[in-house]
Design a protein around this ligand. Sequence first.
Ligand code: AMP
Ligand code: MG
Length: 406
Amino acid sequence: MLSYEQARQVILENITPAGIEQVDLVDAVGRVLVEDIVAPWDMPLWDNSAMDGYAVSFDDCSKIPCKLKVTGYIPAGARADGIEVKPGGAVKIMTGAPIPAGADAVVPFEETEDATDVQVTIQAPVGQNQHIRFQGEDVRSGQTVIAAGTIIRPPEVSMLASLGRARVTVFLRPVVAILSTGDELIEVGRTPGAGEIINSNTLALAAAVREAGGIPRIVGIARDNLESHREKLTEGLKTDMLVTSAGVSAGDRDLVRVVLEELGVKQVFWKIGIKPGKPTAFSVKDGKPVFSLPGNPVSSLITFEEFVRPALLRMMGQRQVFRPTFRAILRDAIKNKESDRTVLLRIRLERDGEHFYATTSGKQQTGLLKTMVNSAALAVIPPGRGFLAAGEEVDVHFFGSFIDLI
Ligand code: AMP
Ligand code: MG
């Protein structure tokens, strides 16, 4: 049986990016850039004013207050052609407007007095080059400004737009087929009768795919017979990745692995030394990854989180595919019966000043979904740890949207 770490490594060794496409800038957010972005021009394109005020010559303003003759006006969007700051003169200028010849400083309105259309008095000391944004001071033409492999955020969108790029080449969002199995399952919207279980896994896994940036394709439910498994698994294999839930243990109705093999899908491994999630299987067909997750809703979400999500991010070209890991101090002692496996404990994360604290978010039986709902992270307890005392430090993987501040 593979260890937790081995399983994570073997999966990534089998993953290649799903492909590339060109998209509009807004659609590129969250995606990974395929190409280096080289600036086609300087930024700023020309020297311009950083303030609304007056363009002046530094030499004219050595004694304060100093009275200057206003000889022109350059609003934003105007050109400075033919406009000049002559000795003893000043040109009214707006933020972003080009600096006129003869000027080497801008004095903001707030530092002037008695301004009219023809004159102005400078009230504060003037520094040479003050409030001027110089051509190329941000970006030089020919410079690589954003490297291939960068995840595009709003700042990158701003930079790309400023450099004239309306579309960029990014890695594809993989289409991920989601398939649940089991005779007991009914779709949400109906109150379950005796023996019926609502198919929550399909929706939870589809949501997890979408959150990670993939495109979920819901294939439906395979019933516990070979025919139904053949039909649904064949359908699921038409996408970039297939994720199934349930039917992967050693029960006599657990048909997922049997039918995958029949369909020519090569099993890379079955079972991981973790709790929960031990029966997880990973297979590959023509380079396409297939994850067979346990049916228990908590187990399927945790195994998605720890094994499928990193694979999905790698397919989208991301390098850092694991969640941020913190060291956190355990609030409670933990007795660990399954100490031959890595235990993934559902916890809340609290922060008190510089320290993070891990508090179990409820009983850890895999059937308890509410514990998962109340969790922001998983504490990773390595094998061989039968008992952990309160106050010990553990690694935690933060997947939540909240850390409680105390
Ligand atoms: P299995 O792996 O088929 O033995 O299923 C393990 C447990 O997970 C059983 O209690 C199932 O009823 C439950 N389960 C399986 N599939 C789903 C699903 N799609 N949604 C919610 N619960 C499920
Ligand atoms: Mg089942």
